[in-house]
Structure formats: structure tokens, C-alpha cells
Design a protein around this ligand. Sequence first.
Ligand code: EPU
Length: 420
Amino acid sequence: MDKFVIHKSALRGSVSTSGSKNAALPIMAATLLTDDKCVLHNVPDLMDIRTMADILRVLGKKVIFEHGTMQVTAEKKGKYIAPYELVRTMRASFCAMGPLLAKQKKAKVSLPGGCVIGVRPVDLHIKGLEALGAKIKVDAGYCIGEGKDLKGKVIYLGGHFGSSVLATDNVMMAATLAKGETVIEYAACEPETEALGLFLKNMGAQISGEGTPIVRIRGVKSLGGCEFKIIPDRIEAGTFLAASLATRSPLTIKGANALHLTSVLETARKMGAKITIRDNDDMVVVPSKKLLPANITTLPYPGFPTDLQAQFMVALTMADGISMITEKIYPDRFMHIAEINRMGAGVQRSGPYSIVEGRDKLYGAQIKASDLRASAALVIAGLAAEGKTEVMRVYHIDRGYEKIEDKIRALGGKVTRAKE
Ligand code: EPU
């Protein structure tokens, strides 16, 4: 396994935002809705993307991925089984379920299972697909469905924690080929779900309201191929913003859509940063020497994203005062606390709440990454901490950050990859 060896660094310069992993994954799954060729641009080269490409191959597609462009064509007769070996490594593969039911009329997709950030059930996915008329059963760890006669329906998809991104995606995809109109109430409004809606419309789907809580889908007979550019990764951009704050380094983050980051920018400004947006795209960040505390509550979009909670917590450990972080999406997504406290942070957790008592400094230590976003947070902590930090198990970060160490090094960050 690889580790990162990191030394305290001042960062400077500009960094470009890659294409969004979480937009690309469901869009790749959506190519299962057609036999025609789909061409995706600005696809980030990441482990999760490669895993999804392998799932598409198992399901009968030919996938060519070069220089950020992915071509997906039908090679064999479409298959309908997505095996555990592939699905277990990445929950997003469960969004093959909707397209398979709609196109192949059957699906057998391994249930993704538990995950370090929380329980992560799939009840809303199943509720939505069943409402469209799919017959679904769970057997030996697989979700097995039959979708011979899908019919549009009004479906309320809100859950205990609000809307669900991938459940909305799954139902939206299945509904594109169902008979009649589907209305998804309490749909996820995340930009990634909106991007999926736009991609489906390019394929010929009839959808309105994508990116809002009410999405209407009128089923069509078939969908065709199209070309599409993946939107910028707002979480990657937000991660560099957190790195800029934590290391008190001025940075320009290029090619991010600032409108996708309003709650994050507001938080960074409360923490004392001056942020200028150029052409709605480039964010010029000048952090204050003294970081100010801020309270953060993670919420579905456009609220503060759970995927940036850990990174901002690291910055807040060095703020001048006390901050409170409330996790309303994944109440157990706090695995990073034990690690950053070993670096001298003062964070106390009680259930979904964390109190962050700002301290002057963090100190380098050997720490262990637990999931993708926590890994990014630990790398930020290493860049801000005195002395040397070793972040173990960085395979997590390779799942979701394209060329992370190259990007950090280009900004002057001292990070090297080594064997554990
Ligand atoms: N939920 C249910 N039932 C369901 C589905 C979800 O109760 O059937 C709950 C979840 O347990 C959670 C809340 O609903 O409490 C929201 O989860 P959601 O379904 O929106 O999460 P997801 O679609 O599985 C995507 C991202 C995650 C991101 C969440 C929240 C992808 C591939 N994954 O997951 O990204 O944290 O939305 O924004 O898009 C990451 O990139 O590191 C990551 C974990």
C-alpha cells in the first residue's frame, strides 16, 4: 500500500479543477440506456471511474478511455449482472440498477454493503424503482429486479436525511423508458443530478425540472447516443479552498463553477478569506493570517456538502475560537477526528455534533486515511502541520482526486508517495 510523506508547506499559484467524479459515474451508468455510441469529455482519470468502466464492460459495453475522453459503445448483447467483486468497491455502481431495468428489463446488481462513512441503505432506490412497477427482491446479497412493464408514477423520494442523490438518479434513469409521466418529488438538487438530467435529455429523454426538487420525466421508446462534457468537480475545488485556508496560502482555483459552491464560499469568507470570482469560474482566494471560527451544518445541496466537512474541519482546528460542525447527512462521518487529534487538534464529538476548539498549530504524525474525503482532509492537515506527517492507506484518495500529489507539488506543496 502507498503512503504520502508530507512536510509543512506554503502553497502558491493556481490549480485547475478536474471533471466531477460524482457527475461522471451516474452518467457512465446512463450509457446503459442505449446501444448507440456515447462520448464523454472531461472525465477524470480515477480508480472509481476505472471501476465503473469495468462494470460497463461486464454489462456488454466497449469502453475506450484516453486523455479525459471516454467512448462507450455496445460490443456484445447487453448483460444484466453487476457482480459483487466490482460493486463492493464503489457504491455508485448501484446506479446501474435503474438503466438495466429500463433497457434490459432485468437487473441483478450486488448490494453495495456497509461503508466507513455510515450505514448507507438503498431503500429509497428500491422504493422508487418498485413504484415504477419493477419487481425487486433481495437474495444472497444481490438486488434482483424485473422491469417488463415500467409505468410512470408520482414518487415521493424524501428520506430520513432528506433527498438522495443516487436514488434520484436511478429513478430518473429508469423513468426515461417507462410508459407515461413520472414525477419525482423531493428529488436531489445536486449539480451532479442536474448534469445527469441534461445528459439524458441529450440522449433524447423528455425531462424537466432536473436540479430542482420536482423532476418530471415523460417516457420515450428509446434513447440514442450523444456527446457530453462532464461538469467541474465542486468537491475537488472546495478541497483546494480548504487547503488554502488551512495553510494560509493564496491560491487561484481555476475552472470550478462558483455557483455550485455558494455555501462553501460563504463559510470560507466567514473564516476570514477574501474571495474574488472571475468569470464565474476562477476563484481567487486570499486567506486571512488569522483564521476565524465558523459553524457548519452539512445539508443536501445547496447546503454545505458533507463531502467537504472533513477538509473544513481541519482548517477550523487552527481557527481563533470555537466552531461547531453538525453532520446532517452521515451522522457517523467523523473517522478523521481521532487522526487529527493525534496531530494536536482539539475536536470533541457527540453524536452528529463536533466541537472544534481552535489551537495554534497542528504537529506532524503518522495517521491513517479511512475514506476518500477524510484522506483529503489528512493531506491538508499534513501540509499545515509542523514537521513531517505520514498519511497511510492513500488508496482511498486515488479513488477520487485526479493527480492529487502532482497538483499539490505544482503549488509548492511538499508531498511524496512512498510504499508503507
Ligand atoms: N439514504 C437513505 N436511503 C437510501 C439512500 C440514501 O436513507 O436509499 C440516506 C443516506 O444514508 C444519507 C442520505 O440519504 O443519509 C443522503 O445520501 P445520498 O443517497 O444522497 O448519497 P449517495 O447518493 O449514495 C452521493 C455521493 C456521495 C455524497 C452523497 C451526499 C456519489 C457517487 N456519491 O452518495 O459522495 O457524500 O451523495 O451528497 O455521487 C464521495 O464522493 O466521497 C461521496 C461519499
